[in-house]
Structure formats: structure tokens, C-alpha cells
Ligand binder design. Structure first.
Ligand SMILES: [Zn+2]
Length: 304
């Protein structure tokens, strides 16, 4: 959809290995904090790892003035016995100003000790291209009724992305939403629609024939499944811990609100509903309200 809004990691036998990872910060008491990269472009996703030789209690972090939810993973491999490993995802919104930001973590040890430490993250400009598009006039100069509808829908979507389901509903790597070879592109592009500047493009577009099945990228709960003004037939899946995937411009919706889906469940079919120039899937990812490149979650959590 047009309106809204690195990290190399390799999954090998359940262990995350990092290429170009930032140096580990020593938090004391055998606890280390590591970001999957020392710097990140606007719109990218990072994996945080907290590693402790001793069992941990609660681990908390703060990013974008929000509490960052952590999840626990069992570390496999030699020498890992007894280690407590926690992960979290940090989303760098595609319009977060470039600069240096602090990410602070506090961990409680099971023996009552408390440690805290911080990592600096450098956010770089995304260098997104600008493109000119021609769409139906109603999407650039909507009438008052359409404006009211679009504003109400944007507000509802914001409220959805603001909610953090405390449980992690997904399990394992995420998958691309289409089967076969479909290349996704256009994330972050600044768009000029019929000569008027539009909002940056917050998703990845996969041009595909109308009717191509669209699959859920991971387990989760359907929290929206309806026709919206700009995005047409739209489905939003809540994966827990503030992570949402967004799929739109469907010709048909096959999912229902409240339904639990698995990785691969068909949510609907590719179409050209809403503000489009032709049939395609728009795939979006929101992490704790940050609009990030959905393809990054395949890299950060490993590709299925
Ligand atoms: Zn799009």
C-alpha cells in the first residue's frame, strides 16, 4: 500500500551467528549485551542478545521510549549448558532521525543481583529513492467523506500497532508471504502521487498476478480483515511482543478476525484493491510501532 508508513544473521542448528555484529557490552556478573549490528539504516530491524552464564530473572530494555519485550531461547551447542539467553527485536522506524541512540538494558539475576548496561546504536539515513506515480484521483484528492473514513482507519491501525500482546505467538523463522519467485521492492520510497508528495512507502511490494495466494509469514492472531480506503482488502496479523505483519490490496480476504493462523496459512489472494497502480501484494512489518522493512525479519530471525 502506498499511504503508510542489517544485520546478517544466520540460523544454524538453532544458534544465531552474527556477521558484523556489534561488540558485546559487558554488563557485569557474567552478563553480556550484543546488538546484531553497530549501526542501522532507517527502516531496519536489529536483534538484541543478552547472554548470561547464570540464570536470569526479568530482563527489560528501553527503545523509542517504549519497553522492549524480551523472549528466552534455549541455547544449544557445546559450552552453552546452563546459559540463559534472551532476545529482543529493535525496530528503527523509517523516519527515525539519523543520529546516535542509546539502548539500555537492565537484568535481574535469580540470586537477586541486578546489572544494567547500554549499547550505542548509530542510525544512518536510508537514502530512499523518490518516484512519481499516477493513481486514481480519489486517492490524491479524496472527498470529505473519504477523508473522514481514511482518518478513522489510520487511527484504528495506530491503536492496533500500539498494543503489545505480552506472549510471543510466533515460533521459528518467518517466511515470505508468496510461494515461488516473487521479488519484493520499493521499501521506504518517497512517493509523489499525481504530482503531490505522499507519505513514505512503509512496506515491500511484490508484483504478482491477481489470485496468487498470500500466506501468513508466521503464527499469530488475525486482528483486522476488511476493506480499507487506501490499502483495499487488508489483513493484519499480531505475532505478539508488539510485532505485526500487514498484507493488503487483496482481491479476496480468506482470514477472519480472531482466527489463529500458522506460518503458511492462506490469508487471501493478490489483487489491486485500494490505492494501487496494478495487482501486487504490499507486505508491511511493524515492531513496537516502528515501521521497518519486512524483509529484514527473514534475515534477522533466519529464513524458513
Ligand atoms: Zn505498497
Amino acid at each position: 500500500m502506498l499511504a503508510f508508513r542489517f544485520v546478517a544473521s544466520i540460523m544454524i542448528t538453532g544458534t544465531l551467528l552474527f556477521a558484523a555484529a556489534a561488540q558485546a557490552e559487558d554488563c557485569g556478573s557474567g552478563v553480556q549485551l550484543r546488538l546484531s549490528a553497530p549501526d542501522a539504516a532507517q527502516g531496519s530491524l536489529l536483534l538484541v542478545t543478552v547472554h548470561s552464564a547464570k540464570p536470569l530473572g526479568e530482563v527489560t530494555g528501553k527503545w523509542n521510549e517504549r519497553e522492549v519485550p524480551f523472549w528466552r531461547t534455549a541455547e544449544k551447542g557445546p559450552g552453552a549448558l546452563g546459559a540463559d539467553v534472551r532476545h529482543a527485536l529493535l525496530g528503527v522506524d523509517l523516519q527515525k532521525p539519523a543520529g546516535k541512540y542509546e539502548f539500555r538494558v537492565a537484568a535481574e539475576m535469580q540470586d537477586g543481583d541486578r546489572v544494567s548496561c547500554q549499547a550505542m546504536l548509530k542510525v544512518d539515513e536510508g537514502h530512499f529513492a523518490t518516484e512519481n506515480l499516477t493513481v486514481k484521483k480519489q486517492f490524491v484528492e479524496p472527498d470529505p467523506e473519504q477523508v473522514a473514513r481514511a482518518e478513522a482507519e489510520t487511527k484504528r491501525l495506530r491503536e492496533i500497532f500500539d498494543r503489545v500482546t505480552p506472549e510471543r505467538l510466533w515460533d521459528g523463522p518467518f517466511r515470505e508471504p508468496l510461494d515461488g519467485v516473487f521479488k519484493g521492492a520499493n521499501f521506504g520510497r518517497r512517493r509523489v502521487l499525481n504530482g503531490h508528495p505522499g507519505s513514505p512507502h512503509s512496506g515491500v511490494d511484490f508484483p504478482a498476478p491477481t489470485g496468487t495466494p498470500v500466506h501468513a509469514s508466521q503464527k499469530g492472531r488475525v486482528v483486522l480483515a476488511e476493506d480499507l480506503f487506501f490499502s483495499g482488502n487488508t489483513v493484519v496479523v499480531d505475532h505478539g511482543l508488539g510485532i505485526y505483519t500487514f498484507y493488503c490490496h487483496f482481491s479476496e480476504i480468506d482470514a477472519k478476525v480472531g482466527e489463529t493462523v500458522e506460518a503458511g496459512t492462506v490469508l487471501g489472494k493478490v489483487g489491486a484493491t485500494g490505492r494501487v497502480t496494478g495487482p501486487h501484494l504490499h507486505w508491511g512489518l511493524t515492531v513496537e510501532r516502528a515501521r521497518v522493512n519486512a524483509l529484514d525479519i527473514l534475515r534477522v530471525l533466519g529464513k524458513s
